[in-house]
Design a protein around this ligand. Structure first.
Ligand code: C5P
Length: 225
């Protein structure tokens, strides 16, 4: 059934998927993010009438209907695409951005040799959420995700301030089980953390998390100063 067009006239930027950080022309550093949660959030925001820019790393899932996809590979490309997409009313950072990239990706394929394996020097990637949270064109609502195994609420509150976010959706990855859905799975068990408190949501599909979050963001945007 059609949902209310409560985000009509709004622009939302969503990051999704992993990033790929090249080591040489044929190898890269990556992670197991499927993009399922980020893509579901982009779809839910679009269904509520928002114009949605979905900045996604390499994924195999389909682009949701009605969103503008910007396909990127690296964290630096993702940051540039997010900054290009501003201004926005809402930004939701769901991508599993690689924390590090190769300090000097080789221009040609690295070869095995008598010298033994190469040393891989890493440097830190930019934090896309923190950059946007402290941006001169900061969106009204800035939302991050966090996978925590312990001190979930304390870590999420600290992340609110450090990253300049209004809300952190904290994944409880300590619960275990066959399908916690944290990387590549179908479900998520999250806590919604804002400066005014936190609430625990039951285990839900990533699509259900997306719908509930989109509804919440629409209300916050209506009522925020
Ligand atoms: O610091 P941590 O990786 O736990 O933060 C997770 C949140 O920050 C997620 O919303 C993720 O999309 C975002 N992030 C980012 N750029 C990075 C690292 C994380 O946007 N380089």
């Amino acid at each position: 059934s059609p949902v209310a067009q409560s985000l009509s006239g709004r622009h939302a930027v969503v990051t999704s998927g992993p990033t790929h950080e090249p080591i040489d022309p044929v190898r890269y550093i990556a992670n197991r993010s499927s993009g399922r949660q980020g893509h579901a959030i982009a779809a839910a925001l679009a269904r509520r009438g928002a114009r949605v820019t979905l900045v996604s790393g390499p994924v195999t899932i389909a682009t949701p209907a009605g969103v503008d996809l910007v396909a990127v590979e690296t964290a630096r490309e993702m940051l540039a695409a997010v900054e290009d997409a501003l201004p926005a009313d809402i930004a939701v950072f769901v991508a599993a951005v690689a924390d590090w990239r190769s300090a000097d990706a080789a221009d040609s394929k690295m070869k095995k040799g008598p010298g033994g394996p190469p040393a891989l020097a890493l440097v830190e990637n930019p934090d896309i959420l923190a950059t946007t949270g402290h941006h001169r064109a900061r969106p009204r609502l800035v939302v991050g995700f966090a996978a925590e195994t312990n001190d979930l609420l304390a870590n999420a509150v600290a992340k609110l301030d450090r990253k300049g976010a209004d809300m952190i959706v904290a994944n409880d990855v300590s619960k275990g089980g066959a399908d916690q859905g944290v990387m590549g799975g179908a479900t998520n068990t999250v806590h919604l953390v804002t400066r005014s408190g936190s609430e625990a949501w039951p285990q839900m599909t990533k699509e259900a998390v997306a719908e509930k979050l989109a509804d919440r963001l629409a209300v916050l945007l209506e009522t925020a100063p």
